[in-house]
Each structure stands twice: as structure tokens, then as C-alpha cells.
Design a protein around this ligand. Structure first.
Ligand code: ZN
Length: 452
């Protein structure tokens, strides 16, 4: 009890005074205090800058603390309560407190039931998500009534933590991921994300060198790690789509999967299912960017490009295509390319000048009139192929064994009403780098005008 030794008569008297005052307080009517404001972010990621410039921050946790001035002395901050911003980014808290002047502190946290953004050292910390200070009174005292702190925007010039690099990055990730989650959850409960999305940024493990280090989505913990130099929409959505796939396939996610993306899952791999997951994540990222930001749809590779090589690896057969992430990427894009009959897949490269375009090329106009009926699948339908469908003969979600192009296309034809078995065969023949058929042969027939 050493502290008792320094317990002077003076400090005792002050404490007694405070106690009396607090007693008196409890007997008198409280005053009403309202603190309100609005949260926004001035975007940094180019897609968000171009599409929105600045966005309201919705669904963010806001913690408001207050302190009172009693007998001319400021007390300590005490947390009053936590509220969540509405769809416009607005928050408001009303409390009854003793009628003193107050000062406030407002902190925000990027965490909700659907999403949380973890800070740089979250892995070794019990606090996974940080509170960022966006407002604190230092000179102004507030009596009863409403204090409107106005719009508080995360930007390079914002006060307090509003200009903190990590906080600004988190605000952008928050908006980017909310848009994607809303898009996919909008396809219905069968395709919705099944648990909270947890993303850590920036990620940079000291134990792994930068050359090996990468962004990845851990299949066991389902936490997304975004490497410090991968702050871009393409990577953010790629990792998010890994999580979606993990949540909508059948079977155990083996421990081996934890090694996914640590340098060995891109390019040609032994297991088609590994290439499937990588290709799907990349495809899904493309589709989200197209559907959310209006990016131009990507076209599949043409056969010349596949056979000349993707990243230096010639993909000359279907079995090689399905062992390569970008082979799968092409396989998925074939399914959702609109008006396939407008394009040609070219044919296998046989040597010669390497001036080939990479993707499908426009078909030359024909003097003959054709009637064409190519499949028109949507991204939402491709996602549906993952799901169990007992009526169609698939009691389970997609399994590893089904992550072969022909089986995936067949499953798609069985599950999707607007894709026939003939169409799925056509997809396979068009994807086949050794094939020669073109969409015109597969989906069109000439129109014969009656003779006069
Ligand atoms: Zn990946």
C-alpha cells in the first residue's frame, strides 16, 4: 500500500469534494447530448476514383467517448457507446449525461458482420482490427444539445488518423469489398458468401523473402493476406474470389492448400484442381471489375496464343490447358463471352512470324447471312455450376475430381437450363488448342432465302 504514503490531506479533500458533487449530480436531471456526423473516403484505387471519386463509408463501427469538466477539471474519456454508419455514412448518438461541458473523441473501425479489415501487425496481436481516431476536441467545450462534426473524409489532408496511410487504404478496401460482396450476395442466398470476409493489409512477413512472399487466401482460416505492394483491385478481387470458391466447393480443404500461392500455383501445375482455383479466382476478379466498374469484358485466348505459349508454356492440348491457371481462365471466359459468333479462335500455331493477337479476333464479314444462337451465360450462372443440384443429378457442390474442363462444362449443361449438351461440347471444341472449329460452325446456320 505504498500509494497511501503519498495520499495527502489536499488530495483527500478534492476526492471528497468530487464524491459529494457526484452524489449531487445523481439527484439532478440529466441533459441530452447528441453527437453526429458523416464518414467518407476520397479514393486512391483508380477504379474507385474513376467510378466514385469519393464514397460514403457505410456499415462502419463508430465509437464515441466523452469527458466532462467538473469543478474546472477535465475527467478522463469514457466510452459512451458504439454505433454503425448508415447507407449514407451517417452516424448519430444521443445520451443523457450530467449537465456539464463535454469534449468528445470519435473513433472508427472497419468491421461488420460481413467484413473486417485487419491491420499490419494483426497476426501477432489480439486486436485484429484497429480503431482510428477521426475527431478529438482540444479547445472547444460543448454544452447540452447537438454537436455535428460534419463530414469526416479519409484523405491525404484529413486531420487525425483520417490521413493515416493504413486507415486510408483500409477505407478503400472497405468500399471495394462491400461492392463485391453486395454484387455476389445479390445473386441469392445459395451463392452468397457464407461467412465474414477477413482481409489483412498490408501483409509482409519478416520470415519470408519478398521474392517468395505473395498475396494469398488461406483456405484453412479463410483470411485474405494482401502483400504490401499488391494494393490494387485486381489482386483484392482475385483473393476474394478464392474465398468464394473455398466456401462453395465440396470436400476438405487439405493443409496442402495453405501453400497455395506461395509461388507454386500459377502456370503449369500437376493438379488440374489447383489450376482451376487459380484460373477461377482470376476470372472472377475480371467479372467483378466488369460488373461493378463497367470494365470492358475480357476475351478468351485464341488458339495461336495458347499453342505458342502462355508465359512461355505452350498449351497444345486440353489436358495442358486444364493444368494451367490461364487455360482455365480462358475456359471460364468462353462461357460468358457474349455473341461468340462474332469472333474466331484461330488455329494452332505452326511456326512463322510471332505477330499473333492474344485473344479472340473479330470474324471476317461473310457474304452469306447467318442465323446464330450462341449461349449467353452470366457470371451468376457460372457460380451456380459450383452448387449442388439434386434435380440435375448433382447432390454435392463441385468436387476436386470435377475440376476438369469437360466435366465442368458438362455439369454446366446439366444445371443451367439455357446451356445444352451440344453447347457444352462446342465450348470444349473451341477451347481445344488443337481444334479447328469456329463459333460460326458451332452456333450458326446459313439463312437460305427462298428463290423468287
Ligand atoms: Zn490466386
Amino acid at each position: 500500500m505504498h500509494w497511501m504514503k503519498g495520499f495527502t490531506k489536499t488530495s483527500h479533500a478534492v476526492l471528497m469534494g468530487l464524491a459529494l458533487l457526484l452524489t449531487a449530480d445523481s439527484a439532478r436531471a440529466d441533459c441530452t447530448y447528441t453527437i453526429k456526423g458523416k464518414l467518407a473516403v476520397q479514393h486512391q484505387l483508380s477504379e474507385l476514383v474513376n467510378a466514385y471519386g469519393t464514397s460514403p463509408l457505410k456499415g462502419v463501427k463508430v465509437q464515441i467517448s466523452g469527458k466532462a469538466k467538473v469543478l474546472g477539471v477535465w475527467g478522463w474519456y469514457a466510452v459512451w457507446d458504439e454505433v454503425t454508419t448508415n447507407s449514407l455514412g451517417e452516424f448519430s448518438l444521443t445520451q443523457s449525461k450530467a449537465c456539464y461541458d463535454h469534449r468528445y473523441k470519435i473513433e472508427v473501425k472497419f468491421q461488420s458482420d460481413d467484413l473486417e479489415v485487419r491491420h499490419e501487425t494483426a497476426t501477432s496481436s489480439t486486436t485484429k482490427v484497429k480503431w482510428y481516431l477521426i475527431f478529438e476536441d482540444e479547445t472547444v467545450d460543448h454544452g447540452p444539445g447537438t454537436l455535428d462534426v460534419g463530414t469526416r473524409t479519409f484523405s491525404s489532408t484529413g486531420p487525425r488518423d483520417l490521413n493515416l496511410k493504413e486507415a486510408r487504404d483500409h477505407a478503400d478496401i472497405w468500399v471495394a469489398y462491400q461492392k463485391a460482396i453486395e454484387k455476389i450476395n445479390g445473386y441469392g442466398p445459395d451463392r452468397a458468401f457464407t461467412s465474414q470476409i477477413r482481409v489483412k493489409f498490408p501483409h509482409n512477413s519478416d520470415v519470408v523473402s519478398d521474392t517468395v512472399e505473395a498475396s494469398y487466401a488461406n483456405p484453412a482460416t479463410q483470411v485474405i493476406y494482401i502483400f504490401e505492394s499488391h494494393f490494387n483491385i485486381s489482386t483484392l478481387y482475385h483473393e476474394l474470389m478464392h474465398i468464394w470458391a473455398y466456401q462453395h466447393v465440396s470436400g476438405e480443404l487439405g493443409l496442402a492448400w495453405e501453400l497455395m500461392e506461395n509461388g507454386s500455383t500459377h502456370g503449369l501445375v500437376d493438379e488440374p484442381w489447383v489450376a482451376f482455383h487459380e484460373g477461377f479466382a482470376e476470372y472472377g476478379s475480371d467479372k467483378l471489375q466488369q460488373l461493378i466498374f463497367g470494365e470492358t469484358p475480357r476475351l478468351p485466348y485464341n488458339r495461336e496464343r495458347l499453342t505458342r505459349g502462355i508465359g512461355g508454356t505452350p498449351l497444345t492440348s486440353l489436358s495442358l490447358v486444364q493444368r494451367h491457371d490461364m487455360g482455365w481462365w480462358s475456359a471460364f471466359h468462353i462461357m460468358t463471352t457474349a455473341a461468340l459468333d462474332d469472333y474466331t479462335f484461330k488455329t494452332a500455331w505452326t511456326g512463322g512470324t510471332a505477330s499473333t493477337p492474344t485473344y479472340l479476333v473479330a470474324r471476317a464479314p461473310s457474304p452469306i447471312a447467318y442465323s446464330c444462337n450462341p449461349p449467353a451465360l452470366t457470371f451468376a450462372q457460372v457460380l451456380k455450376v459450383f452448387l449442388a443440384n439434386s434435380t440435375a443429378g448433382y447432390p454435392n457442390n463441385l468436387t476436386k475430381d470435377e475440376m476438369l474442363v469437360s466435366r465442368f462444362y458438362d455439369r454446366a449443361a446439366d444445371i443451367l437450363t439455357n446451356l445444352s449438351p451440344a453447347d457444352s461440347d462446342s465450348f470444349l471444341d473451341l477451347l481445344n488448342p488443337a481444334g479447328t472449329t469456329q463459333p460460326l460452325n458451332e452456333f450458326c446456320s446459313p439463312i437460305f432465302l427462298p428463290l423468287p
